[in-house]
Each structure stands twice: as structure tokens, then as C-alpha cells.
Design a protein around this ligand. Sequence first.
Ligand code: CO
Ligand code: CO
Length: 315
Amino acid sequence: MPKFHDENLIVGVDTFDDAAVYRIDKDKAVILTIDFFTPVVDDPYAFGQIAAANSLSDVYAMGGRPVAAMNIVCFPTCLPVDILKEILKGGADKVAEAGAIVAGGHSVKDDEPKFGLSVMGMVHPGKITSNSGAKPGDMLVITKPLGIGILNTAIKADLTDESVIKKAVEIMSYLNKDACESMIKAGVNGCTDVTGFGFLGHAYEMAEASNVSLEIWSDYLPIIQESLGYAKMGIIPEGAYNNEGYLKGHISFSKSIRQEIRSIMYDPQTSGGLLISVPEENSEKLMEELKIRNKTDFNIIGKVKPKGEYTIEVI
Ligand code: CO
Ligand code: CO
């Protein structure tokens, strides 16, 4: 039997959190995370930046500070090595922006390129923002607009222009560092980042880990405007349907909520924002802190309730 428990492993595999956290002593814990994926954009440098921002995000979601990272590379021999150099440069620049260093890595030959990082971060053991910390009465805040998976699908289908691609890259490569700093300043109960399982998937995991239910105010969700149009046209990634399938029976929607909004809530996000559960008395402070530094759309989007019939109620 593999060993999954140790008194110093503060966050392990059982709560589906963003990263593992291991206590070193009473003031220090290390955060360990790994993430990698296939290119989401054509530009190799931008892909490197996005993959790094996505990998670093799990450290920010735990309320930590990235310290060192290792590259994980899969690359085909038939592609020019200059492409790989650009990917790695994008990744390294993003890691530097996070104030961390690339300490090494490993590469293997593969048919399709893949890139990501294993990141080590630091956090005070008493200040971890786990996904299991949400408490009834908390307000929910999201720090990036939703709909990036839909936008990427439209980009792949060649339905967009350069300005839309630029916007998508900007949102995906934007570090959750500013959002993390804001939540540390405000004082919050719990956090996770919104990635492949979509907004509702990650909200569901947070609710389950915290043993609460969530009420989501659909009119308040920040949404990438272009994505709304593509969602109406049915340009929706397969992952959104998979996420909907996994969550069947756990989510209730008010009848008035339009299909395209539901699709956006299930849409898998690449390097999405933080979903934060903040005590009501600190929520105004959090919004003020986000206004000071966060460069993507954010909003208060719902509240935490005692566990009810549905895990998530969207109104
Ligand atoms: Co995560
Ligand atoms: Co992750």
C-alpha cells in the first residue's frame, strides 16, 4: 500500500485541492504542484507563458509564494528546436515575473508537444487558503472573466481575428499573483483556481471539500463578451459537456438562465482566475485590494450557505 498520510502532510490527496502542502516546521510549509498540457495557442512563446501561469496558479490558490520550478517538456523530433526554445523562454519569463526561478526540468520525445511546470512554493502553515475552508455566510469572489475555453475553441476554428487572440493570451498568461496578494491582505477562508473542470466543477469541489452549498448569482459573473457570442453559436468545447455530465444532479439552475450562460459556467478554463470564499466582513476590503492591483475582471458572484438539497444553486 502506498502511504498517503503523514502528520506533516497538511493538504494531501483526499480533498482534491490545488496542491499538496507539507509542513517543515511551525512557521514554514512547502507547496508542491504539477501541471502540463498541449498548446492552446499557435505562438510558442505565448504558450510557454500560459502554461507557466497555469502551473504557478495552484501555488497562488493555496495562498503561497512560488519559489522554484522544474520544466516538464514533451517534444517531437520533427519540429524545429527553436520552437521549444521559445516555449521555454515564455515559461522562464513568467516564472521570473512570479519572483521564482527555474531550477531544472526533464524532457521526453513525444508525438505532440506538451509543456508545464512542477512548482514549489512556500506558505505559513496557518495561512493556507485550502478549498475546504469555505464557511456559511462567506461571499464568493472570482478574479478572471469566464469563457476562455469557448474563445480558444473559436480561435482553433479560425473564427476570430488577431485582437481576440491577443485578448485571450493576455487573460490566460496573467498571473494570479495580484489576486493572491489581494486575498492575503483582506483575509479569506478558502480558495481554489478555476481550470479544466470549469467554474461549476471547481465551485462544486470547493463546496464538497468544505461541506457547504453555494448560491451563485449568474448576473454577476464576469464573462468575456466575445465568448458569449460564440456560445450562442454553439462553439463549445467538448470539455464543457463532460463537466456538465460529471455534475449532473448536483446543480440547480433558475429557469430564466439562458443556455449560453450555463455553457460558460461549465466551460473548461485554461489558467483561469481564483475563486475565493471570503468572510462577509472582509469582502469589501478584498474588492478594494483587487481594485488596486488586479488587471482582469473580477466580482462578488454569490455566497456560501449551509449544506442544502443541491450543492450549487444558480439563480
Ligand atoms: Co488548481
Ligand atoms: Co492544477
